[in-house]
Write a new protein. Structure first.
Length: 145
């Protein structure tokens, strides 16, 4: 069974502005140290013009597109995001007020149910701990998709 660490990031240049999202899915089954993490999947997507928050949520959904396909292999999935707002909203600490964001949160919650919400966690980290996903977002924006 896979114990996953999932780095996700979204960003826009301007808010709203040209935006992208990315995910990096790592397997920590072999151990907790960074040296023992095995990269299983990376993906990124250019989103056009949107906000930072939409990009952050879309990054989580991008990861779920892989997770759902591998749900029977997953024992845990720890999402690491550098957006404290998104982590707080996904953990139910903050309410989601904006309608389009609420739709994205609902879609994420449906994906959680498919995998098993008890297997999922969302944790806030600083950008320095989310460098792989951040780099993919910036490369995508530099190349516009």
């Amino acid at each position: 069974m896979l114990k996953l660490i999932i780095q996700t990031d979204g960003g826009s240049r301007g808010n709203p502005g040209p935006a992208a999202c990315a995910c990096v899915i790592l397997d920590k089954t072999s151990g907790e140290s960074a040296d023992n993490l095995r990269e299983l999947h990376t993906n990124f997507e250019y989103l056009g013009v949107t906000t930072n928050n939409v990009a952050e949520y879309r990054a989580v959904l991008l990861a779920y597109s892989w997770l759902v396909k591998h749900k029977t292999e997953i024992s845990s999935a720890d999402f690491l995001l550098d957006s404290n707002l998104v982590v707080s909203q996904l953990n139910g600490v903050f309410r989601v007020k904006e309608g389009s964001l609420a739709k994205l949160v609902n879609e994420i919650k449906e994906n959680e149910k498919e995998i098993g919400p008890e297997k999922i966690s969302y944790k806030h980290v600083y950008r320095e701990e989310n460098t792989q996903a951040d780099k993919l977002v910036n490369l995508c924006l530099d190349n516009r998709g």
